[in-house]
Design a protein around this ligand. Structure first.
Ligand SMILES: C[S@@+](CC[C@H](N)C(=O)[O-])C[C@H]1O[C@@H](n2cnc3c(N)ncnc32)[C@H](O)[C@@H]1O
Length: 405
């Protein structure tokens, strides 16, 4: 294994990397680490991985200088363990090892507890929801078991990326580093996506190559096939398409003749299911050309579906200025952001289903929707990425009052 080299950053003062201290671990924070507060003279927050709230641990600083506002660290030994701690099932999980999983050292139910706390905190801090509101206190990240498996958090990733070491071994990267950790297996990878299954080439990091694949999705009594490019976007958890479609349909409650805008549509997953219920106009907007081509084929059976290829912001700014009753919004990690949110609310939809893989981006956008009279009226969260800090939310925003002037 090579020495750790973190991504290039301008040094600001004396490095503290490698220093150790013992501390009590505070709350979980967004990003898979816990907060440790160092008293004077350091007076710093340290984001610590491989720890659990309430534990006493020895922290080794992995990033930080005297000039930094906060530092990063790893819990390298545990003085007093949380009852939620387990031995990591994966031999490559731990300080200085594979950066892919954050929560291998946590029981699977407790992982969902940590994610619940993070989503609630983001909704309050960035989404400006009341901490005591039913929406916040009622939210619980839901288990999504892989059919035929115990709820062990393993073997759920149907696609996985591997790098390759110079001597030809499949590898993962260390946390926030380009350095490689050779791996013989990845315990969250499903059969077909394990290092021994994937076609990895020297110096290349990629998904398996090949022609388009077809995924059949059964949800809410409908069954549809979806053609997707081999390297195109498709949810990696085998239950994700069904669970997310059912949540979107359940929250949006589409009615016949309602017009629908599916933004960041991929190959048309939500457009296909919603359009089948409404039987009315559906417009799918997607930036990736190959995905648009697949979406056109996947939506061909709908009476009046069209696919607009281009960045959502540009497509909405330069056209589509008709009213829509329903919007599905499923942006990448950075969220939809103000420009797109404002284009959406301009069309005065009755309801927006927001599918989000980053609760912080979701919460920031929820606050922008609220400025325009759209309130968060329901939210569900799903554990579609066990062992990692990632969580998928589906939120319902409804037009409740006129926009704030
Ligand atoms: C999280 S995926 C969702 C795809 C789809 N809704 C699904 O569930 O299969 C986000 C999609 O947004 C697309 N995308 C990224 N940036 C975009 C942009 N600025 N405008 C439109 N689509 C974009 C990506 O190509 C990707 O297909």
């Amino acid at each position: 294994m090579s020495r750790r080299t973190t991504r290039v950053r301008k040094p600001r003062g004396r490095s503290r990397v490698g220093e150790r201290f013992e501390a009590e671990v505070g709350a979980i924070a967004h990003g898979g680490h816990c907060v440790v507060r160092l008293p004077e003279p350091e007076a710093r927050v340290v984001f610590v991985r491989h720890a659990l709230p309430g534990e006493r641990v020895v922290v080794e600083i992995t990033e930080g200088t005297d000039g930094d506002r906060f530092w990063r660290g790893d819990a390298v030994s545990v003085v007093q363990a949380s009852p939620d701690r387990v031995d990591a099932p994966c031999p490559y999980a731990g300080p200085g090892l594979c950066g892919g999983c954050d929560f291998q050292h946590v029981t699977v139910p407790a992982q969902r507890g940590l994610k619940t706390a993070v989503v609630r905190e983001q909704l309050v801090r960035l989404g400006r929801l009341e901490p005591g509101s039913d929406l916040v206190s009622g939210l619980q990240v839901e288990a999504v078991p892989v059919p035929g498996r115990d709820d062990d958090g393993l073997r759920w990733r149907t696609r996985q990326r591997y790098a390759m070491t110079p001597d030809g071994r499949p590898a993962m990267r260390q946390h926030r580093s380009h350095d490689l950790v050779p791996v013989d297996d990845c315990l969250i990878a499903a059969d077909g996506a394990r290092p021994t299954d994937a076609s990895v080439e020297e110096g290349d990091e990629h998904l398996s190559r090949g022609g388009p694949v077809t995924h059949e999705v059964t949800a809410s009594g409908q069954v549809h096939p979806f053609s997707v490019a081999a390297d195109g976007f498709w949810q990696v958890h085998p239950e994700a398409p069904r669970v997310l479609v059912e949540a979107v349909l359940d929250l949006l409650a589409p009615a016949p003749e309602e017009r629908t805008l599916d933004l960041y549509a991929g190959v048309g997953l939500f457009a296909r299911f919603v359009g089948e219920v409404t039987g009315a106009r559906v417009v799918a907007v997607e930036a990736d050309r190959a995905a648009c081509q697949h979406a056109r084929g996947n939506l061909a059976a709908l009476r009046s579906a069209t696919v607009e290829c281009g960045p959502t912001d540009r497509v909405l700014r330069s056209g589509l200025d008709e009213p829509f009753d329903l919007v599905v919004l499923d942006p990448p990690r950075e969220g939809a952001k103000r420009a797109v949110v404002e284009q959406v609310v301009d069309r005065r939809p009755r309801a927006v289903a927001y599918v989000a893989c980053d609760p912080a981006a979701l919460a920031r956008d929820v606050a922008i929707f609220a400025e325009h009279g759209y309130e968060l009226t329901a939210i569900r969260a799903f554990d579609l990425f066990p062992m990692t800090h990632h969580v998928e939310c589906v939120a319902l925003l409804e037009r409740i009052r006129p926009a704030m002037s």
